[in-house]
Design a protein around this ligand. Structure first.
Ligand code: GUN
Length: 296
């Protein structure tokens, strides 16, 4: 089955952005509420700087009040907690995100759990994790990357994934585990694989839905893919490649796109697949939070 459909996350995110921007205008006109998103970044990690810049741009294009707090790499934990406390009680802020990873002297768990669950647009607080894992998906803030993946899967296969087998590669708290909860809630039969899984290729070969989130460049080859599978590539890996005789730094996913697209029904590219969808789900969560106080 050559030439799988290329799932265009960039176009889908742009489309969703229009809808969010129009709902944001309405919220402001009818209720005087402008969604406020605060993004906190600690240190100078170049990849994090790019992600945060993209989030800010998208928040502005949606008409949000976008606030960025850039703290030095050596900021002490109490100062960071004090800032979060301030944002928790700021009525103009509806969503708070602390960009991860944090420098090693800061305790990621303490920081993420200090965010008010009602403003936890990343979905990392245990209250939201608990809601998602008990199937209370309508009430929880869902972590943005798996939420974006799920939206793309549903567009290809419908809302009910009964009878379909899903294999997730990677068991992280940010992607693998919440992805498993979402797929289960949609009635898929879910397998979560990781670095200790035996015969990984054979396990993946059984999957109607593959979600690759391991951070290993092009680890998933075309011969791992069941014909007709939907393949979602969460990996963003920078590698050196010779392009037109010149060594260049390029982004590739965890899946070998050229090979897998010979087999799959549909597949996300890197870049332009999961990345833009992650950001738009953050805007979706923030708008939802801003609306939370309104009667239905
Ligand atoms: N770093 C990489 N992905 C994420 C994410 O989804 N949220 C936060 N806060 N940090 C990240």
């Amino acid at each position: 089955m050559p030439d799988a459909k290329r799932i265009d996350g960039k176009a889908l995110a742009a489309e969703m952005s229009e809808t969010i921007a129009s709902e944001t205008r309405e919220l402001l006109e009818q209720h005087g509420i402008k969604p406020g998103l605060a993004v906190v970044i600690v240190g100078e990690d170049p990849a994090s700087q790019v992600y945060v810049r993209n989030k800010k741009r998208r928040a502005e294009s949606c008409g949000f009040n976008s606030v960025q707090h850039s703290l030095p790499a050596d900021v002490d934990q109490d100062s960071l907690l004090a800032l979060i406390d301030e944002l928790n009680s700021n009525e103009d802020i509806h969503g708070i995100l602390v960009q991860l990873p944090l420098p090693s002297h800061l305790d990621e768990k303490t920081i993420t759990q200090s965010i008010d669950p009602s403003k936890d647009v990343d979905g990392f607080h245990y209250v939201n994790v608990g809601k998602l894992s008990t199937g209370d998906t309508d009430d929880a803030f869902i972590p943005c990357t798996p939420a974006g993946c799920m939206l793309m899967i549903r567009r290809e296969l419908g809302d009910d994934l009964s009878g379909l087998s899903a294999v997730i590669i990677g068991r992280s708290n940010i992607v693998g585990k919440p992805m498993a909860a979402l797929l289960l809630a949609a009635n898929a039969t879910v397998t979560v694989t990781h670095s200790r899984t035996k015969n990984l290729a054979a396990v993946v070969r059984e999957a109607d839905i593959v979600v690759a989130a391991v951070g290993r460049p092009e680890m998933v080859g075309g011969d791992w893919i069941k014909p007709g599978a939907v393949v979602i590539d969460v990996g963003i890996n920078r590698v050196e490649r010779v392009v037109d005789g010149e060594e260049k730094s390029v982004l590739v996913g965890d899946v070998n796109y050229a090979e897998a697209s010979e087999k799959a029904l549909a597949i996300t590219p890197v870049p332009g697949g999961v990345g833009p969808m992650t950001i738009i789900m953050l805007m979706h969560n923030t708008l939802r939070s801003a609306r939370a106080g309104l009667a239905d």
